[in-house]
Design a binder for this molecule. Structure first.
Ligand code: PGA
Length: 260
């Protein structure tokens, strides 16, 4: 028996990328705290830069808001200048980690094989990973979207067992929609999410696949969030630019109404 769709609480995460100094991060966290009662029906997380992770976690984690690293290395320690381990993120107060964001893949050479090691390493450190997948514009135009998503999901999750999938979130982020203002239509996004869920079902079984949250990311704004989140396989969003201002982030989170 698969779980009913409404068992999935919607989950909205903000990815700050390389933005905000510590004082700005703290001001955002305090402002979100002041509004947290309005947002108690949705799961929330913020992914700040490493330098203000603890600052944000100190305020938000006690409120039940997740705090995520934006990347981390799979190894437990070593000569990897510039990298941090999963345990370091947890030690700094993180509850999870973004893995495989398209900017990491495109600009910093992150591979599916590296992600196959990072996902279990995150779980072993007690962090809940969000695995980001998505096709480029050229791949979509070439009709390769589905195979691209299949490969990213299957290879990225190659290191985990079905029982661990419950602690993993997948984010579908078409590369052509990130930071461009070109949001996927709700129909196009829904089709991609349904495909990802079918791929997960093939790999881990239907019950595990039905329980996984699949976020949509790519130019989500307060005025388009509700129609995206209303789709049956879209379980919230991964928000870049619109997560930098607390009013926009809260408006998007408020659009993630509980499913009835
Ligand atoms: P965007 O970024 O909302 O600014 O398009 C999304 C993301 O990169 O996660």
């Amino acid at each position: 028996m698969s779980e009913p769709v409404d068992a999935r609480t919607l989950y909205v995460a903000g990815n700050w990328k390389m933005h905000k100094l510590r004082a700005e991060a703290r001001a955002f966290a305090d402002a979100l705290e002041a509004r947290i009662d309005e947002l108690d029906e949705v799961d929330l997380a913020i992914a700040p830069p490493f330098t203000c992770l603890t600052e944000v976690a100190d305020v938000l984690v006690p409120l039940g808001v997740g705090v995520l690293g934006q990347t981390a290395h799979a190894a437990p320690a070593g000569a990897f200048t510039g990298e941090v381990t999963m345990a370091m993120l947890a030690d700094a107060g993180a509850t999870g980690v973004l893995l495989g964001h398209s900017e990491r893949r495109q600009l910093f050479g992150e591979t599916d094989d590296a992600l196959a090691e990072k996902v279990p390493a995150a779980l072993a450190a007690g962090l809940e990973p969000i695995l980001c997948v998505g096709e480029t514009e050229a791949e979509r135009e070439a009709g390769e979207t589905e195979t691209r998503l299949e490969r990213q999901v299957a290879r990225g999750l190659a290191g985990i067992a079905a029982a661990q999938l419950a602690d993993v979130t997948v984010a579908y982020e078409p590369v052509w929609a990130i930071g461009t203002g070109r949001t996927a239509t709700p129909e196009l996004a829904q089709a991609a999410h349904a495909h990802i869920r079918a791929v997960l079902a093939g790999l881990f079984g239907d019950e595990a696949a039905q329980a996984v949250r699949i976020q949509y990311g790519g130019s989500v704004k307060p005025d388009n969030a509700a129609e995206l989140f209303a789709q049956p396989d879209i379980d919230g969003g991964l928000i870049g630019g619109a997560s930098l201002a607390v009013d926009d982030f809260a408006a998007i989170a408020a659009a993630a109404a509980p499913r009835s």
